[in-house]
Design a protein around this ligand. Sequence first.
Ligand code: FMN
Length: 548
Amino acid sequence: MLPHTATAADRLQQVFAYHQATKHQFHAYARSPGYLDWATQPDPFRRYSGARLLALQKIRPADEPRYDDLFTPRRMPAPAPVDLQSVSQLFFDSLALSAWKSAGGTSWALRVNASSGNLHPTEGYLLCGPVDGLCEKPMVCHYAPREHGLEVRAEFDAALWTALSAGFPEHTFFVGLTSIHWREAWKYGQRAYRYCMHDVGHALGAISVAAGGLGWQTRLLDELGTHDLALLLGTSVEHTAEREEPDLLLACVPARQPLRQTALPAQAVHAFQTLVWRGGPNHLSPAHVDWGMEDIAAAAHKPHGTSAYAPFAQPPAPWPLEVRPVSLRRTIRQRRSAVAMDGRTRLARDTFYRILYRALAVPDAIPFSTLPWKAHIHLAILVHRVDDIPAGLYLLARDAAQTPALQQALTQANPWQKPPACPEQLPLYCLLTADVRAAARAISCHQDIASDSCFSLAMIAEYAGPLKRYGAWFYPRLFWEAGMIGQLLYLEAEAAGLRSTGIGCFFDDAMHEVLGLEDRTFQDLYHFTLGGPVEDQRLTTLPAYADE
Ligand SMILES: Cc1cc2nc3c(=O)[nH]c(=O)nc-3n(C[C@H](O)[C@H](O)[C@H](O)COP(=O)(O)O)c2cc1C
């Protein structure tokens, strides 16, 4: 653990060392238990016993709004009033259960937000003023997904709410996320912090999309430091159960309302120290193994303060896409990972291009408008089965201004060429035409889903530059951006009648070698695959809630 006197440089060194140590290599996986210790399997549901539970509504998905309406600001639904129904809908469409699965006498819940190993380290919070039908007093609540309810952890007076939300548009409220690293570390050991941060990104994407369906936009309140978040969400309260590490707070505001500030007044934040916090957290496992999660999380703690993020020099240009008759909420709630791909399904070229366009951080468009920094992640795509373009290696520069830097860093590539009929809005280049199925499979820990799909991809982050510029605390943010891309790709796959899967298990440096990346300028943070799924017939599916 770093001493309290650790400098920013020490923290950065620790993050670099953690990243290096948690790479999977062909000859050795990152340190992990290597087996599943069922006796200490963590409870996937945190509850605060003693806290009052407010029931939320379960709302059946309808045809409207359409999925595609969400991504064009002028077609977004009109802002819903903030009340019991809309707040229920927000959680139902983002962090709620989506189904129960059972096989061989065991059953497990799936959720709207994807999670590595289905371990769900991410916990959700609501921080709000009075809400019609839900609460008369301002409050901080923990979201309980199994019950689809809110546990009231603290209530406070109207004056504090007014002070906290001063300067934000009327009807603003806040959503917080925390992570229980132990849930992932139990299975994945040292590499688990990365997966927890991917999962935060998936949850961020899910919340942003769900909010968009209600005509709201979300924005990360990134001036807040980790210590501020712990005060606001009550995670600084002492207890003996597994730690919840605070990650972030989002403002949820009616879309089309200008958001002029993203800072919360320090005095109001500090007043949360004096609140009475109700309920105590349950213990998730009877015993634990220390995989160094607290050390890396402490190194990546964010100090309080504004960050002068580098602006987008060349934001993606608008590309009006056709609106399909696809229900937003059905797409959200039917999202699932493919456990196997069929090795046959082909993707139409236009669908491929539109999926990639959606992965760009188009200004003001959901979900990436939640993040205050410009895109730092680019996609190295291994194309297997897309009509009318050759199989091979492609690169999507999510910040087109980075194209020269990428061209210089990816030393393995042939001359970069735009693929056939590629729209000018898409900074997509073909680097190599070849059958890349064997490479895709090998690099993604020999998983067939990476080669039996239409395409798989590696998320290549601008790494050393942003970390040196902003500090060690930006490390988790790179994973948040990756996870958000992942959640969006999951939804794009569903909307196209296909399926996808996040791939956290990959050989980092092997992928770097394929691309010819020779230093830390760029690093591979996450893999993904999309194609025609093969359903597992052994599983039975049950509804998420008995009274749905
Ligand atoms: C960060 C992350 C990493 C993942 N890595 C893998 C992987 O390497 N292999 C795999 O088959 N599935 C992987 N998955 C898929 C999860 O196992 C899946 O999301 C989880 O079981 C929940 O199922 P669902 O997505 O259908 O809700 C990953 C998912 C996430 C979010």
